[in-house]
Structure formats: structure tokens, C-alpha cells
Design a protein around this ligand. Structure first.
Ligand SMILES: [Zn+2]
Length: 501
């Protein structure tokens, strides 16, 4: 019997957010070890409130398919909402726990490690590579296979630290379990001596491109189809294109491709190169430009029938919490209070000090105070409001929450991340999207699936914040970066980054 460990440490970091991610953010959201982890990955829910089955459930399925030969060994699983960089203490605690528990697990024949791929930590370069090296220090030469979100970033050290790296093949992401199963099959096959993974990759000096970057829409559709075809024919074990998280502060940031074949290094190299060329050819198709708050509110007002039949969903694109923004922006709130009268609007803002002020107050109390604009005062200002306390709640992941009625708005003020992606964010506090004219989300893509029953019109709104596409241009890179700078050729940078002569 081969004993294969499995673990997850996942968080997507926005380097522009001044709100650090702490151990509490992991432990208060999703943190499991040992038998509790094995039970969650086997019977679900794997990540309570988010995923019934995700990567680790996929890995368990791969292990079960070979149950006569494989024993899955649970280590730990920690997940936190996107946000600012991990504190040094948080990172080093998680790193130490991985090492300690891998050592305590007894002899191991391999490991599957689920990492986001775009995690940052204060004062630590390329922290996920450090996690891989920490795991490697215990595993020795046993195979180590890694999965990433396709918004992850690859570095030379990262690729060298693992036997194989694979990423999601869907955006919005819906293949978490499938990727875990694929990674599981590779690590299991390698541990059993059936597979001999060969890896090749390419790195592009490009942080934005591919239009909306959706896997089933042009211009990215052909890239995703090519990857699936190479896997279907058996030419490759796994093909991945990572479109990077543009607000990650690794100097070697950029899109990357990675091919994993069985035994055939030349084919891996050819496939990774072909995908890189396909991506580079799509670099000039930029993300769409979004309307201003005033334009968006006017568009919602004119969508009268759509508001009657459901709601207008407005994505606060400058303050997307699921892409790591602080969630405290007041730009859209202020515009909606000024210009959105008569339209019942549900909104969210993260403000721990406002929650602390409101918590002792009773339902029905009228208060005058400021909300929002406190976590990142450089991006938006606190908003003075006069409103009535509607209800108070304690919620896992969001922390203490207060619903405040201000004119035509119901503002959900959270202590923790104001991660509005699913209708349950509002329904759990008694706000029914069927009644609303406008519902604010702080997410880029997945809300489109979750809000489908209610949503009659989607508007992405640009104000000013940590998830503006061009906000990433202020980060420093290892050279010219498309589309901030003119870059004519990707190959020279790719060679430097991969240290190929
Ligand atoms: Zn992603």
C-alpha cells in the first residue's frame, strides 16, 4: 500500500489591500486537520458554506479508484477569503504546521498539495514555493503534485519544487473536484511507478488580455479547447493556462502555460510553447471598460420592467472582495444614496468599527454615524448616514453583521470580509432579492451563476479601488509588462524567467 498525503493552504492575495490576512481569517472560515479533514473530503461538505465537493474530494475519489493500493493521509486544509497579504506570523504558523503534521504522518509515498497560486505574505517572496519546499523537506524524493487556481502565478522555483503543477480549466471556476481528481491520478500513478511526469512551461510578460477571460467565450475558448483535446487524446496528462491575478506582487508576474506529459519531455515543451503563442496572440483583447456609478444608476433606473421581474445586479468592480479588495468602499453607496432614490437597493460594506458601535443598539434604533472608508482610507472616504437598525446577526466567515436601513437602501455592514457572491449573503439576514430593484455584489464572475434566478440585468461599475484593472500598473515588475508597457516579444523574458540559455 502506498500512503499519499493531501493538504490545502489557499488564499488569493491582492497586494493593494492594506488589510492583512491573519490566522483568524483561516481558522474562522475553513480549517480542518486529520480525521475531520478526511471525513469532510470523503462525505462533504468539504468547505462548509462554499463547496460540497472541491479539490480534496476529487483527490479522495482518485484514491478510492485505487483503494487496493492507496491510502489517503489527511494533513490539513486551510482556506481564507481573498484579501491582503498574509501576516508573517500567519504564514509561518501554517508552514510549521504542514511540516509538523507531515512528519507526524509516518512514512509517505507522495503528496497532493492544493494551493491557490497567487498567495502573498508580508516580507516573504513567493510564499507558496516556500510551502512546497517545506513539504519537500519531509517528502524527500516522493512525488509532490500541486494544483492551482488558473489565476495563480508560476515561477521557476515553484515549477522546480513540484513534480507537476496543474490548474483549473474553467473560468468562472467550476472544475475544482475534477482538478483534484486529475492531480490525484498523477501523484498516485507516479507513486506506483506507472507514470513518469515530464513538465514544461512558459512565462509571458503579460498581466491582462484574453478579453473577459471566460473559458467558453471567444477569444479564450480555443485555448481551453486545445488543452482539453490534448488531454482527451492522451497526448498530455494535464494542460494548464494560468491567466494570473494581476494584483499579486511577484515581480515575475504574468500569464503562464504548463504541460505535463507521461515520459515525453519534447512533447511537453511543444505543447507549453503552442499554448503560450495562442495566449500572446490574444493579448490585445483587453477586459471591458465599465460604466461610472452615475451611468450605472441611470441604466438601472431605465430598466424598469427588469427591476419588476427580478433585480438589476450591480458588481462593484473596483471593490471586488473575492479578488482581495477590502470591501469598505463607499463610492457606489454614496452615488446610490444621492441618485438612486425610489429603487430598493441591497448593498454591503465591511466596517468592523461601525459594527462595534451598532452592536449594543436595539432593532428599530435610529442612528447617525459614518460607515465604510476606514480600512483603506486612500481609496474612499467614510460615508455619513442616518438610518435605522433592522437586524443583527453572527455569521461564520462574515463575522458580526448589522443591517441598516438608510432611505431606499438596506446596507449590510460586516465585521469580516463583505464577500457578496451568493444570494444567501442577503437572504440569511432577511433580505429577499425578489423585492429589491438593485442588488450589489462584490465579485467578478461566479455571482452570474448564483444570482441567475433573480438577475434580469448585470452592470459592472467602476469607481476607484484595489480591483481596478489598471490599479495593478503601480506594482513593480521584473521588466516591461503588457499592457502597461509596449512589449513586442515575450520569448526573451520567458527565457530569463526560466533561466534557459
Ligand atoms: Zn481564480
Amino acid at each position: 500500500m502506498k500512503r499519499i498525503a493531501f493538504a490545502r493552504i489557499a488564499q488569493e492575495t491582492n497586494a493593494l489591500s492594506p488589510v492583512p490576512t491573519t490566522l483568524h481569517d483561516f481558522e474562522g472560515s475553513h480549517y480542518l486537520e486529520g480525521d475531520a479533514l478526511l471525513a469532510a473530503a470523503t462525505d462533504g461538505p468539504e468547505v462548509e458554506g462554499f463547496f460540497k465537493r472541491a479539490e480534496l474530494a476529487g483527490f479522495i475519489a482518485a484514491a478510492r479508484a485505487r483503494k487496493a493500493e492507496i491510502v489517503p493521509v489527511p494533513i490539513l486544509s486551510a482556506w481564507a477569503s481573498s484579501g491582503g497579504p498574509l501576516t508573517k506570523d500567519c504564514f509561518e504558523t501554517l508552514e510549521a504546521r504542514i511540516v509538523e503534521q507531515l512528519r507526524a504522518a509516518g512514512p509517505l509515498d507522495g503528496m497532493y498539495f492544493c494551493l491557490h497560486g497567487a498567495m502573498g505574505a508580508q516580507g516573504i517572496a513567493d510564499p507558496e514555493t516556500r510551502l512546497l519546499r517545506a513539504a519537500r523537506s519531509v517528502l524527500g524524493n516522493a512525488p509532490l503534485v500541486v494544483s492551482h487556481d488558473l489565476h495563480g502565478n508560476l515561477t521557476r522555483a515553484r515549477v522546480n519544487a513540484a513534480d507537476a503543477i496543474i490548474a483549473y480549466q474553467t473560468n468562472p471556476h467550476r472544475d475544482h473536484a475534477k482538478i483534484g481528481r486529475k492531480a490525484g491520478a498523477i501523484v498516485i500513478g507516479t507513486a506506483l511507478g506507472e507514470l513518469h511526469p515530464q513538465v514544461a512551461w512558459r512565462s509571458l510578460p503579460m498581466i491582462l488580455g484574453g478579453g473577459k477571460t471566460i473559458d467558453f467565450l471567444a477569444p479564450m475558448r480555443a485555448v481551453f479547447r486545445r488543452m482539453r483535446d490534448l488531454e482527451r487524446t492522451g497526448d498530455a496528462l494535464a494542460m494548464s493556462t494560468l491567466m494570473c491575478h494581476p494584483w499579486n506582487d511577484d515581480p515575475a508576474l504574468g500569464w503562464s502555460t504548463i504541460a505535463v506529459t507521461d515520459r515525453d519531455a519534447a512533447a511537453a515543451d511543444r505543447f507549453a510553447d503552442e499554448l503560450a503563442e495562442m495566449c500572446w496572440a490574444r493579448r490585445h483583447e483587453q477586459p471591458p471598460r465599465f460604466p461610472s456609478a452615475s451611468e450605472a444608476i441611470a441604466a438601472a433606473r431605465s430598466a424598469k420592467w427588469r427591476r419588476k421581474l427580478g433585480c438589476v445586479t450591480m458588481a462593484d468592480a473596483s471593490d471586488v472582495v473575492t479578488a482581495g479588495a477590502p470591501g469598505d468602499s463607499t463610492h457606489l453607496l454614496r452615488a446610490l444614496l444621492d441618485e438612486g432614490s425610489g429603487m430598493l437597493t441591497y448593498a454591503a460594506v465591511r466596517d468592523p468599527s461601525a459594527v462595534a458601535t451598532l452592536w449594543p443598539r436595539g432593532e428599530g434604533d435610529v442612528v447617525a454615524m459614518s460607515i465604510g472608508g476606514t480600512l483603506d482610507p486612500t481609496k474612499s472616504m467614510p460615508l455619513p448616514v442616518r438610518g435605522k437598525v433592522v437586524s443583527k446577526h453572527e455569521r461564520r466567515g462574515f463575522g458580526r453583521t448589522v443591517v441598516l436601513a438608510v432611505d431606499h437602501m438596506r446596507i449590510v455592514i460586516t465585521e469580516g470580509p463583505s464577500m457578496v457572491m451568493r444570494p444567501s449573503f442577503y437572504t440569511e439576514v432577511g433580505l429577499d432579492p425578489w423585492r429589491a430593484d438593485i442588488v450589489i455584489v462584490k465579485n467578478f464572475f461566479p455571482f452570474l451563476m448564483f444570482f441567475l434566478p433573480y438577475n434580469r440585468k448585470t452592470i459592472f461599475v467602476r469607481t476607484r479601488g484595489a480591483t481596478d484593472f489598471d490599479a495593478a500598473f503601480e506594482l513593480s515588475f521584473d521588466g516591461p509588462m503588457h499592457p502597461r508597457d509596449v512589449v513586442d516579444d515575450w520569448r526573451a523574458r520567458d527565457r530569463t524567467r526560466r533561466a534557459v540559455t
